[in-house]
Design a protein around this ligand. Structure first.
Ligand code: GLN
Length: 549
């Protein structure tokens, strides 16, 4: 039953250290509310000046998550979409840059009618306007608001001020403060002092946490609970354990075992609905995940290795999660194998490690580095009949590989890499070229949802359950050269999906291979826990088949 007097607000803040998984905490709360039949939406506040995440390096910021309406947003938006099974509009990811830009634009338009426009009051007002828009447009019962950064940062103070005054003016709001309890080796026990201090820091801004979510290596014990309750002014049952787990998808049930959802609803004066079918479906998903014994090895040919495995996983987070969704559906465990594209360029013999992969993914990317290694990988997968899925750049490089090694166009390339190639099989569209000439880089790619018509009877069409019209999210400037399409589509290469005007190649496959699929889109963004994306689903089925042979 929907709420009569919605929306209710749940604000998630972080303390002590960054990278606590506030996004997973927010998403897990949202998932639990959805399992009780409420509609839930989420908004992420990022205190940086960038208008969006689109201009940041993946190693700097992690993956850029693309929304259906073409937003280049924070990777937490992906967590919300996956856990809540929603498609969020781009304005649900707010940055300091957007807030100031809009206030300044309004001031220039005389919309403040001659008033002195000030940081204090006009900026929090704009933040509130944007948050209310998230609630009004989605009509959700609950709006989750995650405040990026850590309480005590200068950067997020105006956002917290906006939320404090929103509550003061009557918005029903619960504050969840996520803290960290370290266990220093020398102390030999879990320490709660940093959590106490960050909770006081929040108090100094005028906000009292209603709940403390305690991130730690182990569950927190009763002694710590009592202490935190007493010193942070929170009831002992509202101190929630959130120890490290093997899988992020176990967090909702860790919370429900502590009745976190019921306590939250009580705090917001809502009598909890009973669980819907979605609860059962989640339980089944978790049971399948836990029962999976057999693993399949999925090689990802990456190029952001310079900053270590951690940044690497952040850069490809939606791809990794899409692999997991498909694997758990088939009750197998993903064994993700990171392949550095550059390694094959320096040592050609290394390429034989690909033989150990049950499937390979060539993910999206930009620029020239690692490109030749990726092309070698595609050649190997084609010749050795290893299932392959090419995402965006992966499709473009598969076409280059075909042109070079099968058609004999030795210098075939993308003009992104070699402007002077005599065979520009991947080229920039004229409308994109203009943008680059004027340094128009922000939010200027071909972004968001675009439709494609699939060829009836093709593998891709079968994977999409025989749908002949599909829509996926995009983020790219270059395309398979429309002028060369007819010359390229020969000797095994099939263009199995085109844009409705038939100008742009959207999907490719090979007729001489068990599973060789490429898409100009990013299907990883639409994969959901209970609904794996069809292309990933197909890849994992092919991987299982190869493994069992
Ligand atoms: N660099 C390529 C382009 O801009 C591919 C982009 C991507 O993989 N997202 O077209």
């Amino acid at each position: 039953m929907p709420l009569q007097n919605g929306p209710k607000w749940i604000v998630v803040t972080g303390g002590v250290i960054s990278s606590l998984g506030k996004g997973i905490v927010s998403s897990s709360i949202g998932a639990l509310l959805k399992m009780r039949g409420y509609s839930v939406t989420a908004a992420k506040i990022d205190p940086y000046i960038n208008i969006d995440a689109g201009t940041m390096r993946p190693t700097e910021h992690g993956e850029v998550f693309v929304t259906f309406d073409g937003g280049e947003t924070d990777q937490d938006m992906g967590n919300y979409e996956r856990f809540l099974d929603v498609a969020l509009p781009k304005y649900h990811n707010m940055t300091t840059g957007q807030v100031y830009r809009d206030v300044i634009n309004r001031e220039r338009n005389l919309e403040y009618q001659g008033k002195c426009v000030e940081v204090m009051v006009h900026i929090p007002q704009e933040i509130q306007r944007r948050l209310k828009m998230c609630a009004e447009n989605t009509k959700a019962d609950f709006v989750l608001v995650e405040v990026g950064g850590t309480v005590g940062d200068y950067q997020n103070i105006l956002f917290l001020e906006a939320l404090r005054t929103m509550k003061l003016k009557g918005a029903p709001m619960a504050f969840v403060h996520v803290v960290y309890l370290p266990t220093p080796k020398t102390a030999g026990e879990m320490k709660s002092k940093p959590a106490q201090q960050s909770s006081r820091e929040l108090n100094s801004i005028g906000i009292q946490a209603d709940f403390l979510v305690c991130r730690a290596s182990e569950p927190i014990d009763d002694v710590r609970k009592e202490k935190l309750s007493l010193f942070c002014n929170v009831y002992p049952e509202d101190v929630i354990s959130c120890q490290d787990l093997n899988s992020i998808y176990d967090v909702p049930f860790l919370f429900s075992a502590q009745k976190f959802d019921e306590l939250l609803l009580k705090k917001l004066d809502v009598v909890p609905n009973a669980h819907t079918d979605e609860f059962k479906k989640w339980e089944e998903f978790i049971a399948k995940k836990n029962a999976a014994k057999e693993s399949v090895r999925i090689g990802i040919v990456g190029k952001y290795f310079a900053s270590g495995n951690f940044a690497l996983e952040d850069s490809y987070i939606s791809v990794i999660e899409a692999i997991k969704h498909a694997c758990f559906k088939h009750s197998v465990k993903p064994d993700i194998f990171w392949i550095s594209a550059q390694d094959f360029e320096t040592n050609k013999k290394e390429i034989n490690v690909l033989q150990t992969c049950d499937a390979i993914i060539v993910p999206g990317g930009f620029g020239a580095s690692g490109i030749e290694g990726k092309i070698l990988t595609i050649k190997y997968a084609r010749e050795n009949k290893i299932p392959l899925l090419g995402l965006c750049y992966g499709l473009q490089l598969s076409v280059i590989e075909h042109a070079r090694n099968i058609l004999g166009w030795n210098d075939a390339n993308s003009t992104e890499i070699n402007k002077d190639t005599t065979h520009p099989v991947v080229d920039i569209l004229p409308e994109q070229k203009k943008k680059l000439e004027t340094n128009d880089y922000g939010a200027s790619m071909r972004l968001g949802n675009y439709p494609a018509n699939l060829v009836k009877g093709s593998l891709v069409c079968k994977l999409y359950n025989n749908e002949e019209k599909v829509v996926e999210r995009h983020r790219h400037r270059y395309e398979v050269n429309p002028e060369l399409v007819s010359q390229l589509e020969t000797k095994g290469l099939v263009f199995s999906g085109m844009s409705p005007d038939r100008r742009l190649v959207e999907y490719i496959e090979r007729s001489d291979h068990p599973f060789f699929v490429g898409t100009q889109a990013h299907p990883e963004f639409t994969s959901r826990i209970l609904r794996p994306n069809p292309l990933f689903d197909g890849l994992i089925s092919a991987a299982i088949e190869r493994k069992r042979k």
